[in-house]
Design a protein around this ligand. Sequence first.
Ligand SMILES: [Zn+2]
Ligand SMILES: [Zn+2]
Length: 164
Amino acid sequence: MLLDLKELFVSDGARKSAAYPLDLTGVDVNGEHPFTSPVNVKALVVNTAGIVSVTIDVDFVYSTSCDRCLTPIKREFDYTFTHKLIESLEEEYNDDYIETPDLQLDLDELTTSDILLELPSKFLCKGDCQGLCQKCGHNLNLGDCDCSKAEIDPRLEKLKDLLN
Ligand SMILES: [Zn+2]
Ligand SMILES: [Zn+2]
């Protein structure tokens, strides 16, 4: 959605809001399409004493798989992003400001990049996920496989007996 900001920049106290579902089903993250349902976007742009800022609230479900055991995971996220908007950046590049040269804000693009930057880089089904056996692929959260027993060096057998 494109938000027209013409009035926003000229009048102190001006506000503009938008609320809509954003379809991100086409977004590819590491070969997966994790946004299986629309992202709920609520945006508010305000001019406060000449400073124009946008606050974007999003909530969505993210479907991916555990990085260790590949079990499918669905997580709900709820984020709020705030940016100051400026017509053009005359100073050097500044991360705090978003430039809107034609006085239009591409809300979809900004929201999408905010979300992708904020999402965790790792997903685990649980903090102590045991992962998969590297030999047989067995999900070790469901119990040990036979590989661990079979692989013990005979020289360590004695030690194992002692520990048991
Ligand atoms: Zn896992
Ligand atoms: Zn195994």
